[in-house]
Design a protein around this ligand. Structure first.
Ligand SMILES: Cc1cc2nc3c(=O)[nH]c(=O)nc-3n(C[C@H](O)[C@H](O)[C@H](O)COP(=O)(O)O)c2cc1C
Length: 177
């Protein structure tokens, strides 16, 4: 197998092709934040998802190499801040490893003390329920404590095939034509 390849059922698959093909799944973007011992921490994720209503659980997949996640994990709680279409610059800021991501950023504490970033469409405040190994990532499950969305929040930031865009709901079913 060549260095940039992974093996799927005994067949070598190019890692770039793997990322490119999986990138066809459209997602939103959330900033997962927490209050570390040395101050606020956060990272951009598109793996955030709802899991369960009863009990209320959400999840995302932090990379093992993330430097922010261990600081958030230590706090035992986090907040998922859902980005709007005009917050691509916030996403880019939180996708940089090691930077001081909060300098000049407007935010306030959530009910459980995690950073709420100004201008987001919604936030979901959690305690860390459990974490499970998942290859070069882990699966982090959060138990929802509080949540909020701004009214009529219909312009999320979308991420698709490595690029950013907007999303406007339009009917696509044949009945709607
Ligand atoms: C759109 C987008 C989605 C991302 N999704 C994830 C993700 O789900 N999990 C993850 O660990 N990193 C994800 N990243 C990469 C992290 O944001 C980035 O590696 C992180 O900020 C590293 O910083 P840290 O070392 O401070 O944790 C994503 C980046 C972008 C731009």
């Amino acid at each position: 197998m060549s260095p940039g390849s992974i093996e799927l059922r005994g067949v070598a698959v190019d890692a770039q092709a793997y990322r490119r093909i999986l990138g066809h799944f459209l997602s939103g973007v959330a900033i997962v934040t927490g209050m570390g011992e040395e101050g606020p921490a956060g990272l951009a994720v598109n793996s955030f998802t709802a899991v369960s209503l009863d009990p209320p659980l959400v999840a995302f997949f932090p990379a093992i190499r993330s430097t922010s996640w261990p600081r958030i994990r230590a706090a035992g709680r986090f907040c998922a801040n859902i980005l709007g279409h005009d917050q691509e610059h916030v996403c880019r800021r939180f996708a940089m490893s090691g930077a001081d991501k909060f300098t000049g950023l407007r935010w306030s504490p959530s009910p459980n003390g995690s950073p709420l970033i100004d201008g987001c469409l919604a936030w979901i405040d959690c305690t860390l329920d459990s974490e499970h190994p998942a290859g070069d990532h882990t699966l982090a499950l959060g138990r929802v404590l509080a949540l909020h969305a701004v009214p009529d929040a219909d312009h999320p930031l979308a991420f698709y095939r490595g690029g950013y865009g907007g999303f406007h709901p339009t009917p696509v079913s044949s009945e709607a034509r």
